[in-house]
Design a protein around this ligand. Structure first.
Ligand SMILES: [Zn+2]
Length: 323
């Protein structure tokens, strides 16, 4: 099996000499920059940012590590892809404009599909296929703001679940929110391969909050220790607010409080606010002046809220979590 994979690899990590490498991985008209630290036998940790092009915390942190990180002893391999979705990144948009497809709904991808599907396939069969552990750094992007969390796909084999919980615990400044498999994600592709994987969600709002960057940095450092890639003492981790849901809908952010029509969104809630079921989270006004009030679908804390005031029918305006 390993031989079959190796024969089709554009970048065979196991064939790289020890040390630091920069490689462009490209095929079928799509590609990305990969940075690799090789340190001999051991786990292979893959981390990427900008699965969505308007999320800047992951790219910023990973580029800082690329510029500065010189591990003295590394047991295993670390691969960073600071910007996975380059075309969307340069468009300043969640999705690339030419096909409009969401990369985080396009896995495991298709070499004969749209550019986004080809990019998903490239990442899946070239990088995910070679890693033993995976982390995807997301954020709320430019249009939203959120209460930072870490999460993973539940109901995987016990050993995978246990590793994921250990990885997520490293990000102890964030709360932890996990739920069942949702198709199309990087994490679902990792789950299909039974690779322990986590994702993080930072505040977004088109910015990079210093506190989020520090939390992400600390989490990444600890994860390297937990996975045995670098030696070090683990600090005592703070207990996280943790929620594991069985609901497929709960952690599917785009299905909550959808705009009933195009218009101007006027928000009546703030991040972290506790909201009663039925209380107005805001209203959407058509440009002709008709208003629709949006009631809270259930009680909970505001963990995502829409900042961009122009909305299209179906856009999610807020997400409430029962925490
Ligand atoms: Zn994202």
């Amino acid at each position: 099996m390993a031989k079959k994979i190796a024969s089709t690899l554009l970048l065979d990590l196991s064939a790289l000499p020890e040390g630091f490498h920069r490689r462009r991985v490209a095929r079928d008209g799509v590609g990305f920059e990969a940075f690799i630290w090789r340190g001999g036998a051991g786990p292979v940790l893959l981390v990427n940012g900008a699965t969505h092009g308007d999320e800047y915390e992951g790219p910023t942190l990973l580029q800082q590590w690329v510029q500065r990180w010189k591990p003295r002893r590394l047991r295993g391999t670390v691969v960073f892809i600071p910007v996975l979705n380059e075309v969307a990144f340069f468009a300043g948009a969640r999705c690339r404009p030419d096909d409009g497809a969401n990369l985080a709904r396009s896995f495991p991808g298709d070499r004969r599909g749209s550019p986004t599907q080809r990019l998903a396939k490239l990442f899946d069969d070239q990088l995910l296929a070679q890693c033993t552990h995976y982390a995807d750094f997301h954020s709320a992007g430019v249009a939203n703001e959120l209460k930072p969390w870490v999460g993973y796909v539940t109901n995987l084999p016990k050993a995978v679940d246990r590793d994921q919980a250990r990885m997520a615990a490293c990000f102890d400044s964030f709360w932890s929110w996990s739920g069942p498999y949702l198709p199309g994600r990087t994490l679902s592709a990792a789950a299909d391969r039974r690779i322990p994987a986590i994702y993080t969600e930072c505040r977004g709002a088109g910015d990079v909050a210093a506190a989020d960057l520090a939390a992400l940095d600390a989490g990444l450092r600890r994860m390297l220790v937990v996975l045995g890639l670098v030696a070090g003492k683990m600090p005592r981790l703070r207990a996280q607010v943790t929620r594991i849901t069985r609901s497929v809908r709960e952690t599917h952010l785009q299905v909550h409080h959808q705009a009933p029509h195009d218009g101007l969104f006027i928000s009546r809630v703030r991040l972290n606010q506790k909201v009663r079921r039925g209380a107005p989270i805001g209203e959407v006004l058509t440009l002709a002046g008709q208003s629709t009030v949006i009631p809270a679908e259930h009680a909970g804390k505001v963990v995502v809220v829409r900042l961009q005031r122009s909305v299209r029918k179906g856009d999610a305006l807020a997400v409430l979590a029962p925490i």
